[in-house]
Design a protein around this ligand. Structure first.
Ligand code: FES
Length: 84
């Protein structure tokens, strides 16, 4: 039986970030100290509710904008870009 992966490597704004397998993308962003996006007034925004309601955690995942990072588990090789 193949061994389950304990960690996955993702890329956040071009930097490699290792997170535990099953961690959400918002956790990878927090680990890399990257805010998800900027508000219309330029304030940094990051995950708030953690359950898909507030949309504060949006980022670009594998080229798709406005993904809620608190709802998407990290996958090996995933590319995440914050929206500044
Ligand atoms: S943290 Fe609220 S929707 Fe993701």
């Amino acid at each position: 039986m193949p061994e389950k992966r304990k960690e996955v490597l993702v890329q956040v704004n071009g930097m490699p970030v290792t997170v535990p397998a099953g961690a959400m993308v918002s956790a990878a962003l927090l680990q890399s100290n990257a805010p998800c996006r900027s508000s219309v007034t330029g304030q940094p925004r990051t995950a708030l509710c953690g359950m898909g309601i507030c949309f504060e955690c949006r980022a670009v995942i594998d080229g798709v904008a406005h993904r809620r990072t608190c709802q998407i588990p990290c996958r090996e090789g995933m590319v995440v870009e914050t929206m500044q």
